[in-house]
Design a protein around this ligand. Structure first.
Ligand SMILES: [Zn+2]
Length: 102
């Protein structure tokens, strides 16, 4: 296992659970599951060839990882109904963004 792999999956799974625990004390388990469920946004990788490329930067490459999509996630984080999902998607984008510089 490489450091890059550990950092990537740490940011995708452990970091969101920590954020949920710190900021959503009452329903941290539910929020953690929603945050981890935002991994589904990676479904847009299916449109790419190859589907997975460890050396490719997802940000601004895949449709749901573009800056336009990120703006929508950001706006969504201001509305109660979409706040948790939008925040999870932003954490996902942060994890993918960090990945581009490792
Ligand atoms: Zn992603």
């Amino acid at each position: 296992m490489t450091a890059k792999f550990l950092i990537h999956y740490g940011l995708h799974f452990i970091f969101p659970v920590c954020i949920a625990f710190l900021f959503f004390k009452n329903d941290w388990k539910k929020v953690s599951l929603i945050f981890i469920a935002t991994m589904l946004v990676d479904v847009d990788h299916l449109l790419a060839t190859p589907i997975f490329d460890a050396n490719r930067c997802s940000i601004n490459f895949h449709p749901l990882h573009t800056y336009y999509a990120i703006v929508i996630y950001f706006v969504g984080s201001f509305f109660t109904k979409t706040r948790v999902i939008s925040f999870g998607l932003l954490l996902h984008m942060l994890a993918d963004f960090v990945d581009c510089y490792l």
